[in-house]
Design a protein around this ligand. Structure first.
Ligand SMILES: [Mn+2]
Length: 426
């Protein structure tokens, strides 16, 4: 299923008048405050977030998995699904592949399909958290931190294979997330586990192509429940520094203990030029992987405030790799991803409205009340017309979710693929 440009402009034409009224109202009031609305709209329109290849099917939990009709059962179909998201939003112009779930059979054909949808290949993800059929070693007791050199070498080799596949596709980065850790006290010698991990990461880094970057993800618990070898941003930062200038920390919103001040972590990493990638999702309790902005939209806005400030003031930090890392247990994955994209763009737009000069002034005067007013004034502005303006400019749908439903995409996908397909993944 492919959504063409004409059906999108036809769809938009019925909402254009309402949109123009809404946009004029917001943009007039923002311009009166001295804001350059055109530049904000341009920034929203430039923002691209990668869709992970594993997010297009039903996620499931350890208790069960409820399928969807029309799930993509091949990499080609996954790319076509992202094509739908990108046609509707023009903000999903990249895919993040998971190996070995998505090894292309025909690289050239895959590249052509991606190109036809305007999709680039973002970070490649390696998998050393589960054993594959026919595997010569087991990751049951760790991968890069394993006490056995054979297992560590096996996991290193897997990462090198992922880099090679990524090079063929035109990707420029590798994301390493490790499930390594311990389920019980005494199971692991912490110092050795960390040393092995550092040495293994260095071995992978050594083979990283010149123009590539390596992202090191962290997580405090799960699947191991007592300890995780790369448990927090500090450990990831330390390992990235040990590897070298092409290694960075990756922040996944769900990989923190409750109430962690993620915006402060983001600020620290940007200051040190070591924030490489960013995984969006939302959570109430842990790594819940639910729709971005569905639970803590204000926290997301505060994080974006630091991201916007950092992107403007920290030339030492390279541009960031953005990705949605969510799981879809009960919603149509494509609808959920559209909601996530919307939430990301809204939070970004709100953060772009913050008057950094006024905020700095208020901070210098220790006017705490004013500081809060400045942030909340931006947060409480309805920026949806600005997001719509960015979409209109890019020939995307004014209301992507509504357009998705009115085009009956899911029904079409079920017709094409059947009701009982299963996507590769967990
Ligand atoms: Mn992640």
């Amino acid at each position: 299923m492919k959504i063409d440009k004409n059906s999108i402009s036809d769809y938009n034409s019925q909402y254009k008048d309402t949109f123009e009224q809404e946009f004029r109202f917001v943009s007039d009031s923002l311009e009166q405050k001295g804001l350059n609305v055109e530049s904000v709209v341009k920034k929203i329109s430039d923002f691209q977030v990668a869709i992970p290849s594993w997010a297009l099917g039903a996620g499931g939990t350890r208790f069960g998995r409820f399928s969807y009709g029309g799930e993509p059962s091949s990499l080609e179909q996954k790319l076509n699904d992202i094509g739908v998201l990108n046609a509707l939003t023009k903000s999903a112009g990249a895919v993040s592949l998971h190996i070995p779930w998505d090894i292309p059979d025909d690289t050239q054909a895959i590249k052509e399909i991606a190109e036809s949808h305007g999709i680039a290949f973002d970070a490649m993800n390696s998998n050393t958290f589960q054993d594959q059929p026919g595997a010569e070693e087991t990751y049951k007791f760790g991968s890069l931190n394993n006490t056995s050199k054979n297992v560590r070498d096996y996991a290193i080799q897997h990462n090198l294979d992922v880099i090679r596949i990524g090079e063929e596709l035109g990707s420029k980065s590798l994301t390493v997330w490790l499930a390594d850790g311990a389920n019980f006290p005494g199971q692991l010698n912490f110092q050795n586990a960390l040393k092995y991990t550092e040495d293994s990461l260095k071995s992978i880094y050594q083979y990283l192509p010149e123009d590539w970057r390596m992202f090191i993800e962290y997580k405090p618990y799960e699947p191991n429940f007592y300890s995780t070898t790369i448990q927090d941003w500090g450990t990831s930062f330390m390992l990235a520094n040990a590897c070298g200038e092409k290694a960075f920390t990756l922040v996944d919103l769900g990989h923190h203990l409750p109430n962690t001040n993620i915006e402060q972590i983001v600020a620290t990493l940007l200051l040190k030029g070591k924030l490489g990638g960013f995984h969006f999702n939302d959570s109430k309790y842990g790594d819940d992987d639910v729709t971005v902005g569905s639970i803590k939209p204000y926290a997301l806005f505060l994080i974006f405030n630091e991201l916007v400030y950092g992107m403007e003031n920290n030339p030492q930090n390279p541009s960031l790799a953005w990705m949605i890392d969510a799981s879809h247990n009960i919603k149509d994955p494509l609808e959920d991803l559209l909601q996530s994209i919307e939430a990301i763009l809204i939070a970004y737009a709100q953060a772009l409205l913050i008057d950094q000069k006024d905020l700095r002034e208020a901070q210098l005067q220790n006017d705490v009340v004013k500081c809060q007013e400045i942030l909340q004034d931006a947060y409480r502005t309805d920026v949806r017309p600005l997001v719509k303006a960015a979409r209109l400019k890019a020939n995307a749908a004014l209301n992507p979710l509504d357009a998705y439903r009115s085009f009956e995409v899911r029904k079409e996908l079920i017709k094409e693929r059947g009701n009982k397909t299963i996507a590769t993944g967990l």
